[in-house]
Design a protein around this ligand. Structure first.
Ligand SMILES: Nc1nc2c(ncn2[C@@H]2O[C@H](COP(=O)(O)OP(=O)(O)OP(=O)(O)O)[C@@H](O)[C@H]2O)c(=O)[nH]1
Ligand SMILES: [Mg+2]
Length: 154
């Protein structure tokens, strides 16, 4: 769904922030601005998540670092994989970045353990405290870069 506006020297693309309920997707976007796409994390919104993946150019998966949310992270990642497939995309091929959010919490799982459980293709991975903006732009820049690399191939 990339749109290139040569006159304005702009490239518009669709980046979706995905992840389990309350992992901090909206908080990320509050640091960016209010008009990027994000999906509702709660399980009952699966139909909305499918819709929002239509025409996606890049995906950020926001994982919640809290120990108690690890299962929800894994479930949500599997859900992303499934929903992308339904729209004709492969998670393995789509520009994709992983964010470990809520690193400020004392219950945060160690980085290497998070990585072991959630990173599956060596995708760029960032620590974040979205609440204070830490790591938010690094994550966005990384996914934008991957989207542009993909665009150059076309
Ligand atoms: N401690 C801590 N809390 C955070 C962080 N990022 C977000 N939160 C809090 O987590 C809660 C949920 O954040 P949201 O941004 O609404 O989460 P979401 O992923 O958009 O949630 P859904 O849209 O319901 O799926 C809020 O109370 C945030 O303030 C963080 O880095 N650290
Ligand atoms: Mg939200």
């Amino acid at each position: 769904m990339t749109f290139i506006n040569y006159a304005a020297r702009e490239i518009n693309c669709k980046i979706v922030y995905y992840g389990p309920g309350l992992c901090g997707k909206t908080t990320n976007l509050q640091w960016i601005y209010d008009n990027l796409y994000t999906v509702p994390g709660q399980v009952f919104y699966d139909a909305s998540r499918k819709l929002i993946l239509k025409g996606v150019d890049g995906v950020v998966f926001v994982a919640d670092s809290q120990e108690a949310r690890m299962e929800a992270n894994i479930e949500s990642l599997q859900n992303l994989d499934r929903n992308l497939k339904e729209q004709g995309y492969e998670l393995k091929l789509v520009p994709y970045v992983l964010q470990f959010n809520k690193r400020d919490l004392p219950t945060a799982v160690a980085m290497d353990e998070m990585y072991r459980q959630l990173n599956f293709k060596g995708e760029p991975t960032f620590e974040a405290v979205a609440m204070s903006g830490t790591g938010v732009f690094d994550t966005l820049k990384a996914v934008a870069k991957l989207v542009l690399t993909e665009l150059k191939k076309k």
